[in-house]
Structures are given as structure tokens and as C-alpha cells.
Design a protein around this ligand. Structure first.
Ligand SMILES: OC[C@@H]1[C@H](O)[C@H](O)[C@@H](O)CN1C(=S)Nc1ccc(F)cc1
Length: 403
């Protein structure tokens, strides 16, 4: 969507995966969907160093609403759980220098059964502008999938007519994909800043890698629609929760960086363990995800249980081609698996050579030597883990010794 927003994939924190629709704040005061949850998330994004790295959206998901609209037909928040109201919450988030996102559903109800926008589209868009919302996630439950091709663009026009810039996240393709419909991705890129293509992510390796594999299967259809202002969305980051190991967390962060995916954490920020936080705050990996070219990478190679993903990154012009390259092991036979490949076999043919940086390596790993495209690079990949490298074209002439 050409509204000047989301020129790189949005980054931030989205409640759904970790907090679902927990509304019993008596029983679960620290884990329920209420205003405290989002105010605390805003505080921690700043105090824990996330916001300075780009994580700046605090996004409310389903279940924020009262069960009914107010007398004048406007959407309203649950009065017990959001006693100060959404505008006050939005103001609080803005006071921390962050941006505020909210959820609704192009249907009669949200997936969890709260009021949907159908029949109130213009009013609801205006309400979001009044609340100074910066990002709207529009879900697609309780609606006719065949009418989404008109409904989602129309709601986007209502948002645009308010005059307030708002990132527009659409769930439209995910619902049409589910029905096996032919999907108009050109329309998606025209009307939405990002869009969910596929199933909801759950807190497990199986769920995350199923989504990654589906994006690889569909890459020839989907990747070309990604670019500044319009992104495919494989759903939230699981890192810091219960389901992924340390190495599996590095794998999700690497694949989401290759895919130019939104980096929307959904975790309990106060309890993210330091080595998981290091993954979420890895500047070199975030730099790949936020690369200005906005080219979505692809899975280019599968061999011996090693999946290889590459993404073109800057500098990438007149002969200078640089890449991020991820080696993901799907093996389960215990030992880290040694894998060698020449850059030429990877399709990186620059004769002058490349510097190679291990994005998950220690700082010292920034090599100054170069590999020419025939030098085999040797990696050892941990089961369901990843070796994530950045290869920049170099014209220096200090060839690398064996790596
Ligand atoms: O209720 C909202 C929730 C989250 O917003 C997800 O990100 C959305 O993709 C939709 N969603 C859920 S649980 N959707 C849903 C998931 C399973 C199901 F059988 C029916 C609806």
C-alpha cells in the first residue's frame, strides 16, 4: 500500500500468540488482556533496549473489546479491563515514543466473538483515527471470503479518508488460501502494507517450520509482491516463549530475516531469558531483515537435510552483489552436520571475492579476508539450527585461509 508507511517490515510486539484471549484478570492478573499488559509492554520495549533497535509498534489483538458497541454505535473497549479507554492507552504508548496498533475483523464478529466492523466500516475507521491509532490489523472471521476482495480495499479507503496515516495489516489472503481460492496478490500489495498469507503460528518448532516450508513452496508466486510498503506476513516471532529451543529460535529469526517478514514479537518481555533476548536484539540479523532493498529471499537448495536460503542485500548494484545466506538443518541425527559448498555452487559468481560474516558469530568473526567463488565454505549446522552468513562483495585481495 503506497501510504508512505512500512518501508521496511514493521517491528514491534503483538499480544496474541502469548496472551491469546485470556480475559479473566481475577484469576490471571499478570497474564490477561488488559491495559496494564500493553502499558508494561511499552515500558519494557524501551527499558530493555528493543525500541532503539526498531521494535516500535505495540499492537493489541483480539478480545480488547466490550461485548457490545456503545449507544452511538461506536466500538468500545471492555470497561473492566481497559478502564482508561483506548485513547488513553494510545496516548501512553505514544508518550514512550512508540506507535500503537489495534485489531478488528472484517466480519460480523472477531474470531473470538466480539463486535466486527461489518456495517460500521466508516465509523470504525474514524474511531481509530480519533484514538490516534497507527496500525490496524484486520482479521477475517465471520465473513464471506468471496467478498473480501472488495471489503478489504474498501476498509482501507475508509482508513485513508480519515487523513491519519495507519499501517494496514490484512488477513484476507490467509482466509482465501484456506479455501484454496486463486488470490490476487497484486491487489494485496496495492491495498495493504502487510498481509497474512497462511495459518496462525503456534508455540512450536513444527508450526514455525511448517509456515517456513509453505513460504518456500509458494515463493515463486509470493516473493515478488514483497517490497517497501507491502510485505508477506508469516506471523509472529515465538522467541522467548516455551516452544522453541535456543537454536530453533535462531532459525526462526534467520528465516524471518531472509523472508523480509514483519518482526512482531509475542512473548512476556519481562521473562525473556538473556540468550533469547540476544537473538531478538541481534543487530546484524535485524539489519538483514530491514535491508532497504526490501527483496524477499528464497530457499534455493535442499541437500542432505540442509536447507539453504538466500536474500540479496545492499550493496547490490553494478556488479556488487551481496547476500545473506542461511544454512538450516532439518536433520535430527544429533551431531552438528558438516556441510561444504562453494559460493559458485550457490550462484554467487563474483570473481573478485567476498567477505563473509557469521551473523550469529562473535564480533571478532567479521573477516577482512575474502573468499573467491571457488573457495569452499565449510559450515557445521546443529540439528534444527542455523548457520547465518552475510557475504559482501569485496575487491580487497587478502584471500582467506581455510575457514
Ligand atoms: O482471534 C484472533 C486470532 C489472532 O488474531 C490470529 O492472528 C488471527 O489469525 C485469527 N485468530 C484466531 S484465533 N483465528 C482462528 C483460529 C482458529 C480457528 F479455528 C478459528 C479462528
Amino acid at each position: 500500500l503506497d501510504n508512505g508507511l512500512a518501508l521496511t517490515p514493521p517491528m514491534g510486539w503483538l499480544a496474541w500468540q502469548r496472551y491469546r484471549c485470556i480475559t479473566d484478570c481475577e484469576m490471571y492478573p499478570d497474564d490477561c488482556v488488559n491495559e496494564q499488559l500493553f502499558m508494561k509492554a511499552a515500558d519494557l520495549l524501551v527499558s530493555e533496549g528493543y525500541s532503539e533497535l526498531g521494535y516500535n509498534y505495540v499492537i493489541v489483538d483480539d478480545c480488547w473489546l466490550a461485548k457490545n458497541r456503545s449507544a452511538d454505535g461506536k466500538l468500545q473497549a471492555d470497561k473492566i479491563r481497559f478502564p482508561s479507554g483506548i485513547k488513553a492507552l494510545s496516548d501512553y504508548v505514544h508518550s514512550k515514543g512508540l506507535k500503537f496498533g489495534i485489531y478488528e475483523d472484517w466480519g460480523t464478529k472477531t474470531c473470538a466473538g466480539y463486535p466486527g466492523v461489518l456495517g460500521h466500516e466508516e465509523l470504525d475507521a474514524k474511531t481509530f483515527a480519533e484514538w490516534e491509532v497507527d496500525y490496524v490489523k484486520l482479521d477475517g472471521c465471520y465473513s464471506n471470503v468471496r467478498h473480501m476482495d472488495k471489503g478489504y480495499p474498501e476498509f482501507g479507503r475508509h482508513l485513508n479518508s480519515t487523513g491519519r496515516p495507519m499501517v494496514y495489516s490484512c488477513s484476507w489472503p490467509a482466509y482465501q488460501e484456506e479455501k484454496g481460492m486463486l488470490i490476487d496478490y497484486a491487489s494485496m500489495a496495492k491495498h495493504c502494507n502487510l498481509w497474512r498469507n497462511y495459518d496462525d503460528i503456534d508455540d512450536s518448532w513444527e508450526s514455525m517450520i511448517k509456515i517456513a516450508d509453505y513460504f518456500a513452496q509458494k515463493q515463486e508466486f509470493w516473493a515478488k509482491y514483497a517490497g517497501p510498503g507491502h510485505w508477506n506476513d508469516p506471523d509472529m516471532l515465538l522467541i522467548g516463549n516455551f516452544g522453541l529451543t535456543y537454536d530453533q529460535s535462531k532459525t526462526q529469526m534467520a528465516i524471518w530475516a531472509i523472508l523480509a517478514a514483519p518482526l512482531l514479537m509475542s512473548n512476556k518481555l519481562a521473562e525473556v531469558q538473556p540468550h533469547f533476548k540476544d537473538i531478538l536484539q541481534n543487530k546484524k540479523v535485524i539489519e538483514v531483515n530491514q535491508d532497504k532493498l526490501g527483496i524477499q529471499g528464497t530457499r534455493v537448495f535442499r541437500d542432505k537435510g540442509i536447507d539453504i536460503w538466500t536474500r540479496p542485500v545492499e550493496p547490490f548494484n553494478d556488479g556488487y552483489y551481496s547476500y545473506a545466506v542461511a544454512f538450516v538443518s532439518r536433520r535430527v541425527d544429533g551431531a552438528p552436520y558438516p556441510y561444504n559448498i562453494t559460493l559458485e555452487d550457490l550462484g554467487l559468481k563474483n570473481p573478485n571475492g567476498y567477505s563473509i560474516i557469521n551473523l550469529y558469530g562473535k564480533e571478532k568473526s567479521t573477516t577482512s579476508c575474502i573468499f573467491n567463488s571457488k573457495t569452499p565454505i565449510k559450515v557445521r549446522v546443529i540439528p534444527s539450527g542455523v548457520v547465518f552468513l552475510r557475504m559482501n562483495i569485496e575487491n580487497s585481495n587478502t584471500p582467506c585461509t581455510d575457514h
